[in-house]
Design a protein around this ligand. Sequence first.
Ligand code: PEP
Ligand code: MG
Length: 887
Amino acid sequence: MATAKKYVYFFGKGRAEGRAEQKNLLGGKGANLHEMTTLKIPVPPGFTISTEACIEYVKRGRRFPPQLWAEIEADITKLERAMGKRFGDPKDPLLVSVRSGARISMPGMMDTVLNLGLNDKTIQGLVQRSQNPRFAYDSYRRLLQMFGDVVLGIKKIAFEGLLSEKKRQKGVTADTALSAEDLMDLVEQFKGVIRREAGREFPQDPKEQLRMAIAAVFESWNNKRAIEYRRIYKVPDNWGTAVNIQSMVFGNLGDNSGTGVAFTRDPSTGEKRLYGEFLLNAQGEDVVAGIRTPRPIVAMKKAWPQVYREFEQICRSLEHHYRDMMDIEFTIEDGKLYMLQCRIGKRTAHAAIKIAVDMAKERLIDQKIAVLRVEPWQLEQLLHPTIDPKAKVQKIAKGLSASPGAAVGKAVFTAEEAVEAAERHEKVILVRPETSPEDIAGMVAAQGILTARGGLTSHAAVVARGMGKACVVGCSDILVNEEEGYFEVANLTVRRGDLITIDGSTGNVILGEVALRQPEKLTGEFGTLISWADRFRKIGVRTNADTPRDAQVTRQFGGEGIGLCRTEHMFFEGDRVVAVREMILAKDADERRNALAKLLPMQKQDFKAIFELMDGLPVIIRTLDPPLHEFLPRKDEEIRKVAEGMGVSEKTLKDKVNSLQEFNPMLGHRGCRLGISYPEITEMQARAIFEAACELKKKGKRPFPEIMIPLVGHVKEFQIQRDIVKRVATEVMKAYGVKVRYLIGTMIELPRACIVADQIGAIADFFSFGTNDLTQTAFGFSRDDSGRFLPQYLDEGILQADPFAVLDEEGVGELMRIAIEKGRKAKPKLEIGLCGEHGGEPMSVDLCHRLGLDYVSCSPYRVPIAKLAAAHAVLKKQVKIKEMGEK
Ligand code: PEP
Ligand code: MG
């Protein structure tokens, strides 16, 4: 007999039906409530309705699955017994909170209803029990407000307007300054709003309230902002949310009560100290909503030393149990401490690294887990710009430093403006009084976020840290007028479009644009973590470096060689382009040789500098790749100037420019095709490389050139180019009387090359996948024009990711697999790497590891990301991490 599915799981009084590992079923929040209960941590009892129930509800066209309500009723009875109170009891009513809780935390994206169970009768019980009518009516008006908004879909402003009006009438600014009578009056007014706006009475039956609230939380899984959040963070739509029904504890019972949010370590720096905020006489939502600016957690030590000690103890045991930094929500009801939630805390990259390394040193975790604790893409934050300390700045305000890094942009005041500006490729700072989950798209579009209100755990702060965006919150110096698009600070007005700079590391707000600096060193815990990653990874990491300066950065970040030096970039420097143009305009090979002779010493000088910096490490230099017309002037004005400088007629130059135009230059006269048409170019480049290498070799250095031929599709193309390079190498080495170790290989960036990789592999020393071109040619998507249609492909889910950013495993990956197999069959020791933009993208690095590549090559600044991703690729399989919280 099939047993009916269980949907509801109880927790309370030291026993729980669920465990931390069950977050897929119970949601992150639910699973951890169950775990904390088992750990004997004070948690108000309650029950969790599983994510499966939510999915069923959605599937059944918004109807509860059979049995669900019966299970809920059974657990209400259990809860009543555990609390010694009854639902709807006019003397001492049981009140509950109803909260969403998905598998992963989606801060502020879904809905919550508090104080459920209050009605016109039970309110009297609450007045009696609390001996605090003000508190009781405040709780009731909050219920009406949340129920109206979340369950009945009435706009918040309908309630907030009345609240503000009441405060105005009374001449007070804080909600807490309203009296019991004021609140009682507001309760009646709020009921009127519900009657008017929803066309029904507020339900007086607590079970009906509960049923409706549960349905509303299920439905909030599909509200606009939750869908948007899932799209951004790639959370599947079919996960659903769990619902937690928990008996209420009150942080707003008077001055011996309060509520707060804390982290067991500093989520911004990673320092080992309790970090957080609390509000006296307030309910949980007041802290995260960022409406009132809370007090730092240490202030609690003074206010309630006993409670603080207990709190510290709980934090310690949670860290030991979960072996990670925890984010905790708590409430103190009349001097008694309760934990309302715990989860693995979100943190900046900086903190993630420090915490991982510190915890490994404290022996809470081992080095492998420490490496896995930091997501490769998070490192991007560390590679974020900071304000040049030497820059002169006009500081105009200071707020809380919520997420590090600096950002410059034009001030905008709404999420829509930010999104529109981003579409125009403009950089903006989103300035808001406070942010709400609706602002998410604007936060993604902006360079940084600045808010006037809210604390370090406010929505803006949490979301920005997750995105790694510079963010300053609680900047009470500024007065924001979002309608008219300006903010005021002291006697200064900053208007929409004015440039500002924010520093999320210091909280400073600066007028105008400030020069930003890239961090360039692998020091401290960052260096330690990457050195651990180095120990575990199998795949090498080289860089795409075109200049001696890039080579320097490569060494600083621990690159293991250069995987691609695009020589054409050298041609654009200074007045070299003049010689390049002479070469292009040459009438015949002799004239071309003359022009090339001018380029030779310049190229040689660059190569020498690069080889010297990379001493002992391989340097792949690619022969000329782009279509020649890229070097020629385009506009008439430019053509005239260049013609003058070169001593040719304007017409000659114009004719030449026109003759070089191609319909499809990306598939035109470029790559090795140039070297075949003009072998002198390949010859000059080979000469520059080997003369540079030989001169260094004579000085006792260890240059290791690898010469790479681009855009090869046929083995003969490679053969012709290889023979030129080989001949020149032999000549030059003979002339210098030294021997230099070198390799000659090819880019694999055309599907045909993949298919005939055995033929090419037989005569090439190495392959390097040019996945930019290979993606372009495999899909037939132009690299330059795919922006027109790719966004739609992503929106409609035709593609999961932009294939120019994340390597397409099924198609391009399969071509690579064929090439690797065939290439290595022909030459088992063939060195194979990748040098497209994908080399610094974690998922693509993982694929490269699985394909058995020897190395990836990426921008020098991405080396730590690639190294960490390469280590993850190995460790993910080895270590079955029993992450008890959410990941
Ligand atoms: C490639 O095609 O992936 C590559 C590295 O070469 P380029 O981007 O210069 O065409
Ligand atoms: Mg290419």
